[in-house]
Design a protein around this ligand. Sequence first.
Ligand code: FE2
Ligand code: FE2
Length: 175
Amino acid sequence: MLKAICSRKELSDSSYYSCVSDIITDSRLDPLKDITHHICTTRFQHCVNVSYYSYLVCRKLKLDSRGAARAGLLHDLFYYDRKEYNSSRIKGQPKHSAMHAGLALRNAGEVTELSSRERDMIEKHMWPVTRPLPKYRETVVITVIDKYCAVLELCVPKVTGAASAVGGMVRSMKR
Ligand SMILES: [Fe+2]
Ligand SMILES: [Fe+2]
């Protein structure tokens, strides 16, 4: 089962999936399934979330939705632990925000051939935290969706957890 956060749609038999089917099963993405990301999810699930919602928005705007799906899936393709990196970072070493996008771009280029648009989306997905301006509208979309998904990932488990806790209390009060 492959789903994006806040969506009931099974993605593995969707038009979205056909855009990423050759890379989503690549073994180089497997380690991301074991790395915690944004406290409540995995880096793999975060990449699926960004990929799927960037695809939907770009398709709606008649932009390069296939490229957005592919770049979204690969935009955080790095393997180090963010907290460990930041705590052991020495003076002069780039910050995580600048470091990981470049690393993801390099790793993504080993998984598949990237168009210049896809390269821009991965390399600049941290904008405006990182300085270089997005060159394509798809890159602007992915920067917004990345942040939107981060907020959802941080908030939704708490919201649904609280909702089920309240539901449990109500049910026990009815007994
Ligand atoms: Fe990132
Ligand atoms: Fe991200």
